[in-house]
Design a binder for this molecule. Structure first.
Ligand code: TNX
Length: 491
């Protein structure tokens, strides 16, 4: 039988296990007050109960140069050194070290090893839909910690949908005043104050994650209609195939999609678009603003094209890079450089791949979120209590792991792919426990596909499931309530 690989996820570019004795964490010290040092102290405390006082033993260091986000980790009985090519690389090295800590009888040790590592894709994201169910700052912080521990570096927040508007805006206070207090199935709503949003952005930054905020338009805007009925069309209920029928002027608590639209030929609509994205740009240090564009089933293709052309230009005019769901690729007037987010299947159907390629043809790149592989809101097994099934039924961990980014959209080469994102839509997700139940362990598969090289001796399903199994004790010590899927040999 092959030896059990170290429980590292995502698997690093290069791992050389050394012959020497392990490093003993008891009595070890650490210098520094960087984000990486703070993260390591809390990881080690959670896993072992030991604290790392100021002192010798572990050295964390940044030496500029080398690949972005890369690091080298050297562990021997005499000491541990992690050298990052930048602060993000050092932070990632600390996450690797956290996964290496293991029990050896009464001791907590780190095996002797040399690891050199760097990411495959620059954009490694997770999304949280805070519109269908609102999730407060504490939950978002916990989600950031979970994602950052797997070297994911983007948090996409879906801040508006038919069910609610979740960010306070000074220019448009009616949005949260009139359209934030409800959610799916009568769950309480909520919204982030500007200070809370800043706090999320800062917390993410301290974990080397960038926030990508989304206001979804021109569809998914029933909540906007509650605040500004004058810029909204009446609901187009004929497009609803499943879910409750919306009523004009009343909050929507169902889960149907595609029925709402802004008024596309009304200048007041574009005054709204300018106000909300200008204010969002001011609150968001990251380079990207997502403006949705998905499932506008009640809008004609011509009207959709008109809206997408104008809205993408507004965002580009704010010196931000627009991101849209792949449907917007159909629009010739899309602002050049716009990033497309592909949410078709891993084996594409219909026009989705053509739309995805169109972003690259206009100077943009593509984020891959193939729904039947990385949608964290799909049921992990047929009998799972939470989750949806529209993306080819339940998504097993094996299916979440068994896809290759360059093989999804024909003609989309590696350099046209900005990265990978695993979205968590929250029609069935109301709490952190629900997030854990769906996101874990599949979020680890998305992380490995986004970070690790496409091939390598450990880039196999068998190695992956064994390594995930080895992370069970760490995840438990971090308070993650992952489901013990039968596909994984948990230790
Ligand atoms: C499709 S994916 C949607 C969302 C739903 C999700 C549920 C996408 C761009 N739109 O509105 O929440 O499916 O899985």
């Amino acid at each position: 039988m092959a030896p059990v690989p170290l429980p590292l996820v995502p698997f690093p570019a290069d791992v050389a296990v050394q012959n020497g004795p392990a490093f003993d964490l008891a009595g070890a010290g650490l210098m520094g007050e960087t984000d990486a040092a703070t993260a390591l102290r809390s990881l080690v405390a959670a896993r072992t109960g030991l604290d790392l006082p100021d002192g010798d033993g572990i050295v964390l260091d940044v030496r500029e140069g080398g690949l972005a986000e890369s690091y080298v980790l050297e562990a021997a009985a005499t000491g541990i050194r992690i050298t990052g090519a930048d602060a993000a690389g050092l932070f990632s090295g600390v996450q690797t070290l956290g996964q290496l800590v293991r029990r050896d009888g009464e001791r907590w040790v780190v095996p002797a090893v040399r690891i050199a590592d760097a990411p495959r894709f620059a954009y490694r994201g997770v999304m949280l839909d805070v519109a269908r169910h609102f999730h407060g700052v504490d939950t978002v912080r916990a989600y950031i910690d979970r994602a950052a521990s797997l070297k994911l570096n983007v948090l996409h927040l879906h801040l508006s949908d038919d069910q609610g508007w979740r960010l306070e805006l000074r220019s448009r206070p009616e949005l949260t005043e009139r359209a934030s207090t409800t959610a799916v199935d009568g769950a309480p709503g909520g919204f982030y104050t500007q200070d809370e949003y800043r706090e999320i952005v800062a917390y993410a930054a301290s974990r080397h994650m960038t926030v990508v905020p989304e206001f979804d338009m021109p569809g998914h805007t029933h909540a906007v209609a509650l605040a500004y009925p004058e810029i909204a069309e009446a609901p187009v209920t004929e497009v609803i195939t499943e879910g409750a029928i919306p009523v004009e002027g009343e909050p929507y608590t169902g889960t149907a999609v595609g029925f709402s639209s802004l008024r596309v030929h009304d200048e007041a609509t574009y005054a709204f678009v300018r106000d909300v994205f200008a204010e969002l740009a001011g609150l968001t240090p990251g380079p990207w603003l997502h403006f949705g564009g998905d499932e506008s089933h009640g809008t004609t293709p011509e009207d959709f094209a008109h809206f997408i052309t104008r809205a993408s230009a507004v965002i580009a005019g704010l010196d931000k890079t627009p991101i849209a769901w792949h449907e917007a690729g159909a629009v010739a007037g899309l602002a050049p450089g716009t990033i497309g987010q592909y949410w078709g299947f891993a084996t594409p159907t219909d026009a989705a791949p053509q739309h995805a390629r169109a972003f690259a043809e206009r100077g943009g790149r593509v984020i891959l979120s193939p729904a039947d592989a990385v949608y964290l809101d799909m049921k992990p097994t047929d009998d799972a209590p939470l989750g949806l099934t529209w993306a080819n039924g339940a998504t097993s961990l094996e299916r979440a792991y068994s896809w290759e980014p360059t093989a999804v959209v024909d003609g989309l080469a590696e350099d046209a792919i900005l990265g990978v994102e695993a979205p968590l839509w929250t029609e069935t997700v109301a709490s952190l426990a629900d997030i854990d139940a769906l996101a874990f362990p599949r979020i680890a598969a998305a992380a490995e596909i986004a970070w690790s090289a496409a091939t390598g001796p450990e880039r196999t399903w068998d190695s992956f499931r064994s390594r995930v199994g080895g992370l069970g004790p760490l995840w438990t010590s971090l308070g993650i309530r992952f489901p013990a899927l039968a596909e994984v040999p948990w230790t």
